[in-house]
Design a protein around this ligand. Structure first.
Ligand code: ADP
Length: 366
């Protein structure tokens, strides 16, 4: 069967008109983060957040238009808040980084996943976000910078030690199609982690520079929890295209999420948005939904702070069991509602780092 091409997708999307602005959504530069992988297509439609709720029919029309292309089996379209022009450069990781940050050759964008404190589900989110990006057709790496409590070996079900062919660079480990590096591969689990600031920094630098990551579209960095000096230094040292902040509803009430936002602002890293984890409770027996911790706070907080809201993940035992068993839900239950939400969050994140999809330029004769 013939490959589906980006041009075909953009042509199909040109038939979708934004009725408020009387033009098609491609010419209006609303399409971003387009990925075509085999017969699967994903993209975001950037909209003014105020119009978001009214635009669901447009999103569906866009999916339908692409679904009509022969050979397309699945389409995921998400609405994302469009970015303010100066805040987000279109080629974040490609520009020479300021302040002596070393770029990682071959890696298009590095995105940090951070939290105001531990235990909010930052690692679980990192893993499922990485798998969601992969499911959307991207080449993905995962760097466990949570050096104090590395959880990637367990969550990604990887054992053993990374090999080095030349004695200088390490080969990343790999599972579920994702390249992974973690301090947990290099030291035994019961080794006390008495890392001091400078050691932590050099460990991170090494895991970025001295690992043969190869060609990646995106490298997800699971940051250590908190917003102290060590985290600040790390955020400063890595050429980050952006950061995702994971929060629970209580955490938002306690303003920890705000500390995370301020930390990245201090080091000029764009905050791509906030994910509300453990947002509401799903009863495993009857499927009933309970808003234990006044759900919805993250969306309001994000709006108040001018941040994008990336999505909400419920508190569900299936998420805990799968991530703690090394079978993250996006990989092990791709048809579940939760997996879908993670893939949508991944699409939003990617659209923000990949920038608008310009399509083929048109020649206009006036
Ligand atoms: P952090 O990296 O912030 O310390 P983890 O990702 O390790 O947090 O999560 C802490 C615990 O909570 C883990 O046992 C994890 O499986 C569980 N967990 C995380 N998110 C959810 C969720 N949405 N529903 C249920 N359990 C979750």
């Amino acid at each position: 069967m013939a490959q589906v091409t980006e041009t075909q997708v953009l042509d199909a999307l040109r038939t979708v008109i934004d009725s408020d602005r009387q033009a098609d959504i491609v010419s209006l530069n609303m399409i971003s983060g387009l990925v075509v992988k085999d017969s699967n297509v994903g993209f975001s439609i950037e909209v003014d957040p105020k119009r978001g709720p009214q635009l669901e029919p447009m999103r569906q029309a866009a999916e339908k238009a692409v679904q009509g292309i022969p050979g397309v089996t699945s389409v995921t379209a998400v609405l994302t808040a469009h970015r303010e022009a100066p805040a987000a450069p279109s080629k974040p990781a490609a520009a020479p980084a300021a302040g002596g940050k070393a770029l990682v050759p071959g890696v298009r964008a590095i995105v940090a996943v951070a939290s105001g404190k531990g235990g909010v589900g930052k690692s679980t989110t990192s893993v499922n976000l990485a798998l969601g990006l992969k499911a959307n057709g991207l080449r993905v790496g995962l760097l466990d910078a949570d050096i104090y409590g590395p959880s990637m070996p367990r969550m990604m079900a990887i054992t053993g030690k990374p090999a080095s062919a030349d004695g200088k660079t390490l080969q990343p480990m790999e599972n579920y199609g994702i390249k992974v590096m973690s301090m947990g591969f290099l030291v035994a689990e019961d080794t006390p982690m008495i890392w001091r600031g400078p050691m932590v920094q050099s460990a991170l630098q090494q895991m970025l520079r001295d690992v043969a990551w190869g060609e990646l579209d995106i490298l997800v960095v699971d940051m250590p929890p908190g917003t102290g000096d060590a985290q600040l230094t790390m955020a400063q040292q890595v050429p980050l295209a952006g950061a995702v902040i994971v929060s629970t509803p209580q955490d938002i009430a306690l303003l920890d999420a705000r500390k995370g936002l301020n930390m990245f602002r201090r080091v000029d890293v764009p905050v791509l948005g906030i994910v509300e984890n453990m947002s509401y409770f799903c009863c495993p027996n009857c499927g009933h939904r309970t808003d234990i911790f006044s759900h919805g706070g993250a969306r309001r907080e994000a709006e108040a702070l001018g941040m994008d809201f990336l999505g909400e993940i419920p508190l569900d035992i299936a998420i805990r069991e799968t991530s703690d068993d090394g079978q993250p839900i996006v990989m092990s239950r791709p048809d579940s509602e939760h997996a879908k939400v993670y893939r949508e969050i991944a699409a939003r994140v990617w659209s923000k780092v990949a920038g608008p999809q310009r399509g083929t330029p048109k020649i206009v004769i006036e």
